[in-house]
Design a protein around this ligand. Structure first.
Ligand code: 5GP
Length: 119
C-alpha cells in the first residue's frame, strides 16, 4: 500500500492551497465538483483524514470517519438532485484501477443514463 503523500492535489484542496467548488462539507468530509466532469453531475467525495485509497480507508479509518463518509453520499445526491433519478459511485483504488490522485475519493456521477459499468 502507498504511504500517504501530502503533495497530492486533494490534500492541497483540503489545506485551501487550491480552490474548489464545494458541494458539501462537514468535520470529516469534503465534496466538490470534479474539474473534468464525465457526466452532468460529477462530484468527488473525500475524507478529511489522510487515506491513500479505498483499501487503506476500509482497513484503517475509524468507525466515525466511515459513518460520516457514507452518510455524506445522500446529502450530495440530494443537493445535486440525482437522488431519485439515480447515480453511480466509482472508487478507483490502486494501480489496476488507474487511480490518479492518491487520496481516497468517491466519484459520484449522474444526471444522464450512465451505460454499462465497464466500457
Ligand atoms: P482518479 O483517476 O484518481 O480516480 O480521479 C481523479 C479525479 O480528480 C479526476 O476525475 C480529475 O478530473 C479530478 N481532478 C484532478 N485534479 C483536480 C483538481 O485540481 N480539482 C478538481 N476539482 N478535480 C480534480
Amino acid at each position: 500500500m502507498f504511504k500517504y503523500n501530502k503533495e497530492n492535489i486533494f490534500s492541497k484542496i483540503l489545506d485551501g492551497e487550491i480552490p474548489n467548488n464545494t458541494i458539501y462539507e462537514n468535520e470529516y468530509v469534503l465534496a466538490f465538483e470534479d474539474i473534468n466532469p464525465q457526466s452532468p453531475v460529477h462530484a468527488l467525495l473525500i475524507p478529511k483524514g489522510e487515506y491513500t485509497s479505498m483499501s487503506d480507508f476500509s482497513e484503517n479509518a475509524s468507525d466515525k470517519e466511515i459513518l460520516f463518509f457514507i452518510r455524506a453520499i445522500s446529502k450530495i445526491t440530494k443537493i445535486k438532485d440525482i437522488n431519485e433519478t439515480g447515480f453511480r459511485i466509482i472508487a478507483n483504488s490502486g494501480p489496476d484501477s488507474l487511480q490518479e490522485v492518491p487520496h481516497l475519493h468517491f466519484h459520484i456521477v449522474g444526471g444522464r443514463k450512465l451505460g454499462s459499468i465497464l466500457p
